[in-house]
Design a protein around this ligand. Structure first.
Ligand SMILES: [Mn+2]
Length: 431
């Protein structure tokens, strides 16, 4: 496996922090043992966890108002993969990369796959894009894509999704994520039922093109760019469509795509119960689809989501395998640092959820003891599992402190030299 990070310097970094980590790990292990928990099992679980990177996340993001480009941004999908490799080499928790077409389209997908494999990376779900017009495209998506009134526009959007599947097959992906911004800005602009009927008609054609071992993820979003009525606005619509389309269609939960204060963990529980939870786009938000770093605003919500996932895993066993992906927009940070930190925060929530004493929780629930039930969750959530995460990284060949090592590595300086800024470079989406 090729490495972009100097392994000698990484060994030095880890050697400097090793004694402190050992002491913290031993202290935490002793505390957990008194609770009947084997720290080694948790560390092994942490090492087995993975969350995929969004290729569009390694470039600087933006808002509707402006984008302030960072230094050394990747200019094409091969450079994006290099940045993803750095994130994975240091955190050891992000072996998958989710691509977005046509932003990441290449004439040589086999070479792309080879580069990914040389970095120890694979391709997770591929994402289609019919929420903006592409150069040379015949029909505009201004008034919708898969739901467009114009049949030729719908056919063009369907063709694009099928092309994504074909590219994904060469790359080794096993899923297609479909998010459409289709909807109406004015009451009366759409026949609400008619728009969903057209969507289902288009999606049936895409579904029919899925290979036997592929899944299709339907991503809902409450609003934006449609501000009155988005066709796939909520999990109920997503669920109904997934049920209608068939077993390979599942629902994808992007944490930012809900109204403020929505009980997202309950949505997760519902979708898991009915076998339709396909996966996640992790991020965080305060007001809307803010695409902030995972765990930066509401880490307790992230923990509660993973608590439901742990419950589902216990009930459904190995068959329960949702896809975990990050989907964030980094406007004021180095995207590599944000993605490393966010991946670790998602892994943290996963490990904290393993700490919930489920037998005790069930007893409290059956005794209608609301206070102790809540405490059972809080007890797990309050446990600082940082030493477990660091030990998992160290044992897998990563960095004890990924951000500190990255800052000292000079990677961004080298990237800035090798990748001089040019107009219209990397596409950095906000999706
Ligand atoms: Mn998303």
């Amino acid at each position: 496996m090729s490495t972009i990070i100097d392994s000698g310097r990484l060994a030095e970094h880890n050697a400097q922090l090793r004694a402190g980590l050992n002491a913290d790990y031993e202290a935490l292990g002793g505390m957990l043992a008194r609770r009947g928990v084997d720290i080694e099992k948790l560390t092994a679980a942490a090492q087995g966890f993975a969350v995929a990177l969004p290729s569009w996340g390694v470039g600087t993001g933006g808002t509707r108002f402006a984008r302030f480009p960072g230094r050394g941004e990747p200019r094409n999908v091969f450079e994006k993969l290099d940045d993803c490799a750095v994130i994975h080499q240091l955190t050891r928790v992000t072996p998958g990369v989710s691509l977005h077409f046509p932003w990441d389209k290449t004439t040589d997908p086999a070479a792309l796959r080879q580069q990914a494999e040389s970095h120890g990376l694979y391709f997770d779900a591929v994402n289609s894009n019919t929420f903006q017009d592409q150069a040379g495209q015949e029909h505009t998506y201004k008034f919708g894509s898969l739901t467009a009134i114009n049949a030729d526009t719908r056919a063009q959007a369907v063709r694009h999704n099928i092309e994504c599947i074909e590219l994904g097959r060469v790359l080794g992906s096993k899923a297609l994520t479909v998010w459409v911004g289709d909807g109406a800005n004015f009451p009366g602009q759409h026949n609400l039922r008619g728009a969903l009927e057209r969507y289902l008609g288009s999606m049936r054609e895409i579904y029919a093109a899925l290979p036997a071992d592929w899944l299709m993820f339907i991503e809902h979003k409450l609003f934006e760019p449609a501000f009155y009525a988005t066709t796939i606005a909520d999990w109920g619509t997503s669920f109904a469509c997934a049920q209608t389309l068939g077993d390979k269609a599942r629902c994808l939960v992007d944490l930012g795509h809900h109204a403020p204060n929505t009980n997202i963990e309950m949505i997760v529980a519902r979708l898991a119960q009915f076998g339709k939870l396909g996966g996640f786009h992790f991020n965080d938000s305060k007001y809307g689809d803010d695409d902030l770093d995972s765990g930066s605003i509401n880490p307790f919500q992230l923990f509660l989501v993973f608590n439901e996932l742990a419950d589902a895993a216990e009930r459904d066993g190995a068959a329960f395998k949702p896809a975990y992906m990050l989907d964030q927009s980094h406007n004021v940070t180095d995207p590599i640092e944000s993605l490393m930190n966010s991946a670790v925060e998602v892994q943290r929530a996963f490990v904290q959820a393993q700490l919930v004493d489920r037998a005790a929780l069930r007893q409290h629930q059956e005794a209608n003891d609301a206070l102790q039930s809540a405490q059972a969750l809080k007890h797990a959530y309050r446990t600082d599992v940082s030493a477990i995460l660091a030990m998992a990284r160290l044992r897998a060949g990563g960095a004890i402190d990924p951000v500190a090592f990255y800052r000292g590595s000079g990677y961004r300086d080298r990237a800035a030299e090798a990748r001089p800024a040019r107009a219209g470079a990397s596409s950095s989406g906000i999706v």
